[in-house]
Design a binder for this molecule. Structure first.
Ligand code: AMP
Length: 359
C-alpha cells in the first residue's frame, strides 16, 4: 500500500519510518529541498497547492494524510475528489481556525478558557474589559508554538498586542493560572474503534514544547479521555488526534487540538507497544489499531535550535536519540531524546544522569 502525505518534516519522517514494517510506502509533497522525510520516503518537491504535483500524488497512492494542520484546504479538497483523505476536511477546517475550534469544544461541553472573537481594536478593548487581565490574544489562523500570540497585562499592552498580530482576525482568551499543561493523544480507526494513550504532562519554554513526561496512572486521564473521545466521535475522525489541556486544580480546560501526530507523543515510539506514528498509519491505511499500553515511564526532551553533544549519553540503556538531520536554527525543533525506564524511580535516576551529562 502507498500513503500520500502533505509535508515532509520530522513528523512525516517518523510516520514513514513507522510505516515501513507495515509494508506501507510513503510519498510526500514538500517544497523544501532539504525535507527531512526524504531519508525514509519519496518526495515530490512542489508547493502544496501545485495542481500537477497533487495529480502526480493522487495517481500513485491509495489514501492521503498530512503532518501539519496548515496545509491549504484547497489541496485537501482536490485530493478528496478521488481519494480518501484522513483526517477528513471537516476536522482540518475546525482545527485551522481557533474560533471554530473553540466553538466546537463548547458545543461538546468540553470546558475552555473564557474567550471572545476579535475583529477590530474596538472589539479587543471591549473584550479586555469583559475578561479582565491578563488575557492572551491569538490569531485565529496560522499560529503555532506561541507564534501569533500576545499577552495583555495592562491597558498599555492592548494596542501593541493588536499591532503585533498584524490586526488579523483573532480570539482573546482568559489567561489560565494552570497548575500544569497536559495533552491527551488518541487514535480512531475507520470503523470508529479508538484507543487513548496515557496522558502526557508538558513543559513549554518560550511557547515551544520543551519536555513531555508520561507515567502509567495519571489522575487526570479519565477526564481527558472522555473529552477526546467525544471530539473524535463528533468529527467521525480517522487517525491520531491530540488535545492540549490546562489543568487548574482538578479541572481540565481545552486549549487546542491538532489533527495529526503530536510532539508531546514522541515518547510513544519507545514508551508504548504501538507508537502514535504506527497507529496513525494503521488507522489511515484501514488496518487494526495497535496496543497503546506503556512499557514503563517515559520522558521526552526536545532538542531546540541545535542537537546537544550526546556522546556521553547515547549508549546508556533507556536513552533513544532522534536527530532529524535538520540544519541548526534558533527555535527550530531539530531532534528529541526519549528516556524510558520500568518505574518512575528508575526514570528519575536516568534523567539525573542525562541532565548531568548534557549540562
Ligand atoms: P498555543 O499556541 O495556544 O498552544 O499556546 C502556546 C503556549 O502558550 C501554551 O502551551 C501555554 O504555555 C501558553 N498559553 C496559551 N494560551 C494560554 C492561556 N489562555 N493561558 C495561559 N497560558 C497560555
Amino acid at each position: 500500500m502507498k500513503v500520500g502525505m502533505l509535508g515532509g518534516g520530522q513528523l512525516s519522517l517518523m510516520l514513514a519510518e513507522a510505516a515501513r514494517p507495515l509494508d506501507i510506502e510513503v510519498v510526500f509533497i514538500d517544497p523544501a529541498a532539504d525535507a527531512c522525510a526524504a531519508t525514509a520516503a519519496t518526495q515530490i518537491q512542489a508547493d502544496y497547492d501545485d495542481p500537477a504535483a497533487l495529480d502526480q500524488l493522487a495517481r500513485q497512492v491509495d489514501v492521503v494524510t498530512y503532518e501539519f494542520e496548515n496545509v491549504p484546504s484547497e489541496a485537501v479538497r482536490i485530493l478528496s475528489e478521488d481519494l480518501d483523505v484522513f483526517p477528513a476536511a471537516n476536522a482540518l477546517a475546525t482545527a485551522q481556525d481557533r474560533l471554530f475550534e473553540k466553538n466546537q469544544l463548547v458545543a461538546l461541553d468540553i470546558p475552555v478558557p473564557e474567550f471572545r472573537s476579535i475583529d477590530s481594536l474596538h472589539d479587543l478593548r471591549q473584550a479586555v474589559m469583559q475578561l479582565g487581565m491578563p488575557t492572551v490574544l491569538k490569531t485565529r489562523r496560522f499560529g503555532y508554538d506561541g507564534k501569533g500570540q500576545a499577552v495583555i497585562r495592562s491597558e498599555q499592552d492592548i494596542e501593541s498586542a493588536w499591532q503585533s498580530i498584524v490586526e488579523a482576525p483573532a480570539i482573546l482568551e482568559a489567561f489560565m493560572p494552570f497548575d500544569r499543561e497536559v495533552s491527551i493523544i488518541a487514535v480512531r480507526d475507520r470503523q470508529g474503534n479508538h484507543q487513548t494513550y496515557p496522558l502526557s504532562e508538558n513543559i513549554h519554554k518560550n511557547g515551544i514544547l520543551d519536555q513531555s513526561y508520561s507515567r502509567a496512572e495519571d489522575p487526570a486521564f479519565e477526564q481527558a479521555e472522555k473529552y477526546i473521545s467525544k471530539l473524535m466521535d463528533e468529527l467521525e475522525y480517522v487517525g491520531v488526534l491530540a488535545l492540549e489541556l490546562f489543568q487548574v486544580g482538578d479541572k481540565l480546560y481545552a486549549n487546542e487540538f491538532a489533527p495529526r501526530v503530536h510532539n508531546s507523543g514522541h515518547w510513544t515510539i519507545e514508551g508504548t507497544i504501538c507508537s502514535q506514528f504506527e497507529n496513525h498509519m494503521r488507522a489511515v491505511a484501514g488496518l487494526l489499531l495497535g496496543e497503546v499500553k506503556l512499557t514503563g515511564s517515559s520522558l521526552m526532551l526536545n532538542c531546540i535550535g541545535e542537537m546537544p553533544d550526546v556522546r556521553n549519553i547515547k549508549d546508556l540503556p533507556g536513552v533513544a536519540i532522534h536527530d532529524y538531520g535538520k540544519a541548526a536554527r534558533e527555535g527550530r525543533k531539530v531532534g528529541h531524546i526519549t528516556l524510558t525506564a520500568e518505574s518512575d524511580m528508575a526514570l528519575g535516576e536516568l534523567v539525573g544522569k542525562v541532565q548531568r551529562e548534557l549540562g
